[in-house]
Design a protein around this ligand. Structure first.
Ligand code: NI
Length: 393
């Protein structure tokens, strides 16, 4: 591996920042302390700082030379509503909140890269350092875009990364095309006629109709989606009734749909409505279906994926860059950025093995692996130097 010496030197400082962020996790759009730290660190390097996009977002702008080209690098800052089970020194100080997805590490790595880029300036053009709030479920990326991210801070391309437990430190997964799935949600309200549990014939049972819908919905993936395409439909909630001896009026079902292609998403959305209405008619109940589009599929652009892969192969060696990787049905709001700008999102090894920091994202025992800080930071710096080449190096 050819990591940047400066980033290896900074590793203790970056690990300090990372652990401080880990100890003070903040949820979506509440990343005030985190964004204060980001803004302070960027300013200390002489980087122009803009605050307030999507409430707590921070955008740093760094220029070198006179070139007109520009690149965006994005890190996410938010934590999750999870009670941490770790007992180490830098564990969360806040009950019910933790950095269980490594966004503390993503933020620290981009700060490290910013510091080196500001010092060395071996590039010609403009670098936008995008620190985004609310990646987890709330779509902070979309809010930043809606509030003018790409108009106020023009960039030709945009790149993102996420740590990936199970992949060794120093390894990366880089693939063109769909890497992560869309994430939509649905609510199904079934309305029957309540009655005494001993006299079902006098009512219309919302529970029986609802369970029939759960069963029938399972046929969508197997019957309504092309066999070569992927989709997941999970009913994750079923609420009905309060008593042993009452058939309730209403049942509420909720769940999520994941897929990689827009046409599959639309087939699922239409299928849910059709199946629920059909089953409702068969059972003599009313049904209301609400389908909410969440994150779109994350689709990497071929040209930028090739660039990212080449930079990584040069940095860590060809054998550590995995061009074939099983896409995940997890979702990521960087997908909104890739809908607007060419770019690439890569997965970076967080280590493997027993216990931490090998365990999976969103697990209460998860921790970002500080061994990866210099690796990820070096990737950002090398990517900028590759995409905005200086006349003389
Ligand atoms: Ni994450």
């Amino acid at each position: 591996m050819k990591l940047l010496r400066q980033l290896e030197d900074y590793r203790p400082i970056l690990a300090g920042i990372r652990r401080d962020l880990h100890a003070h996790p903040e949820l979506a759009f509440e990343e005030r302390r985190t964004s204060d730290i980001v803004a302070r660190e960027l300013s200390a390097c002489g980087i122009e700082v803009h605050r307030g996009l999507a409430a707590t977002g921070v955008v740093g702008t760094l220029r070198a030379g006179s070139g007109g080209r520009s690149i965006g690098l994005r890190a996410d800052m938010d934590a999750l509503p999870i009670q941490e089970t770790n007992t180490f020194e830098h564990r969360s100080r806040h009950a019910g909140r933790m950095h269980a997805c490594g966004h503390d590490g993503h933020t620290a790595m981009l700060l490290g890269a910013a510091r080196v880029l500001a010092e060395t300036r071996r590039f010609d053009g403009t670098v936008r350092l995008v620190f985004q709030p609310a990646e987890e479920h709330e779509g902070g990326a979309r809010v930043m875009i809606d509030e003018g991210l790409f108009e106020k801070f023009p960039m030709d391309t945009v790149y993102g990364l996420h740590n990936w437990p199970g992949l060794p430190v120093g390894h990366f997964a880089v693939m063109a095309g769909p890497l992560m799935a869309s994430a939509d949600q649905f609510d199904i309200v079934v309305r029957g006629r309540g009655t005494h549990a001993a006299m079902p014939h006098l009512g219309t049972d919302a529970i029986v109709a609802g369970t029939a819908m759960v069963q029938a919905l399972q046929t969508l993936v197997s019957r309504a989606v092309h066999p070569v395409d992927s989709a997941v439909l999970s009913v994750t909630q079923f609420h009905a009734g309060d008593a042993y001896n009452v058939i309730p009026e209403e049942a509420v079902l909720r769940g999520t749909v994941r897929a990689f292609k827009p046409e599959v998403v639309e087939a699922m959305a239409a299928g849910i409505r059709r199946v629920c209405e059909g089953v409702a008619a068969a059972h003599g109940v009313q049904v209301e279906v609400r389908y909410l589009h969440g994150y779109p599929p994350l689709v990497n652009w071929p040209e930028q994926t090739e660039i990212a892969a080449r930079v990584l192969e040069d940095l860590v060696g060809k054998d550590r860059v995995h061009r074939q990787f099983q896409p995940t049905m997890g979702a990521e709001d960087f997908a909104f950025m890739l809908q607007n700008k060419p770019g690439c999102y890569v997965l970076m090894g967080n280590g493997q093995g027993e216990g931490q920091p090998g365990c999976m994202l969103h697990n209460p025992g998860y921790d970002f692996n500080d061994e990866a800080l210099a690796v990820g930071g070096s990737y950002w710096v090398r990517l900028v130097e590759h995409c905005l080449p200086a006349a003389t190096r």
